[in-house]
Design a protein around this ligand. Structure first.
Ligand SMILES: *Cc1c(COP(=O)(O)O)cnc(C)c1O
Length: 343
């Protein structure tokens, strides 16, 4: 293999064009056979459904090199399934799950030289997405769609060590009851941009969203689910119809129960009980777990006993175990690691 001459350890989280991407078009009620292409540009009509009424959904996952040198992806079947759910909710034709997996495999294999080596901490980020592509001016779903998958190498999330972050309770809402909070749609992100820029301007790393109906329960941040650790070592994670079902969170719940023998509670979490937890973390594909040291709530501060210097001890154990499973250092549950290219 001719690995690209990239300073893997110093990559950030940004877009870098790689060689191939996958494209399939939906027209006259059917998806075409799909293909890899070198063209990184999308050309669509000025009136395309996605440009007018934001009919677009996406996924995010990673490929990386394991300890024994294989290129693998972590639980891509769950991304395939979640993208079907997102499509159905936005009145788009689902991209078949088997074809989704095949597309991931093809794109990653075609860009194997961009998959960072084991131990670099870097990964190849995979972005599947789909959008309404034909002209739509009266409000209705598009008739034609494009499904694409591109990849871009991204650096280690925590450069120079893990640092706990400070978040704030947000006065804006993320998702309405019975709305679209549970699907991975661009629209959920567009409306969060004002809130995140405002948070950053005020010195916070992230927003904690509360449930918009009562504003008493913890939901999630703009792009990651919460996990909490109680003082007696239980994992507690919010259950809600309006949060995005994070694959990382679902995997951590399994790891907590089956690998670490922890008790797990998936339930409504009231903001009022947050001050009693010992540790707090945000989970998502990007960081696996990003530890939270402090939550600001309008002048009042909740400081977790784990502090601002390190990940809490239980969070660290969860993080190390899941990372170990992903990297092939710890035996994975059946079906979690999809080998794309063997050495
Ligand atoms: C993608 C996403 C997550 C994290 O999900 P993973 O599958 O773990 O990457 C959490 N919340 C939101 C809103 C998301 O869009």
């Amino acid at each position: 293999m001719g690995k690209k001459d990239i300073d893997w350890g110093n990559l950030g989280f940004g877009y870098m064009q790689t060689e191939k991407r996958y494209v399939s078009n939906y027209k006259d009620g059917a998806w075409d056979e799909g293909e890899l292409t070198s063209d990184a540009n999308v050309v669509i009509n000025e009136c395309a459904g996605v440009l007018q009424y934001a009919q677009t959904i996406f996924e995010g996952l990673k490929a990386y090199t394991t300890k024994d040198g294989h290129i693998v992806a972590f639980r891509p079947d769950l991304n395939a399934k979640r993208m079907v759910d997102s499509a159905v909710r936005l009145q788009m034709p689902p991209f078949p799950e088997e074809r989704f997996l095949e597309a991931i495999e093809k794109v990653v294999a075609a860009n194997a030289d961009f998959v960072p080596p084991y131990g670099s901490g870097a990964t190849l980020y995979i972005r599947p997405y789909m959008f309404g592509s034909n002209p739509v001016i009266g409000v209705k779903p598009a008739d034609e769609y494009q499904f694409r998958v591109f990849t871009t190498p991204v650096g280690p999330y925590f450069k120079g060590g893990v640092k706990p972050i400070t978040i704030r309770v947000c006065d804006f809402d993320r998702a309405a009851p019975r709305g679209t909070g549970h699907i991975k749609a661009g629209l959920n992100y567009a409306m969060s941009l004002y809130a995140i820029v405002d948070a950053h301007n005020k010195g916070y790393d992230e927003n904690m969203y509360l449930d918009s109906a009562t504003r008493t329960k913890v939901e999630e941040t703009g792009g990651a689910n919460f996990i909490f650790i109680t003082k007696d070592n239980k994992l507690v994670t919010p259950k809600s119809e309006t949060i995005l079902p994070s694959i990382t969170r679902r995997s951590l719940v399994y790891v907590a129960k089956e690998y670490l023998g922890m008790e797990v509670e998936e339930r409504e979490v009231f903001f009022e009980e947050v001050k009693d937890f010992a540790e707090c973390g945000l989970c998502g594909t990007a960081a696996v777990i990003s530890p939270v040291g402090k939550i600001a709530d309008h002048g009042r501060e909740i400081c977790f006993p784990s502090g601002m210097d390190d990940m809490g001890p239980v969070t660290k154990k969860l993080y190390d175990t899941l990372r170990g499973i992903q990297m092939g250092e710890i035996e994975a549950p059946e079906g979690w690691i999809k080998v794309i290219k063997k050495v």
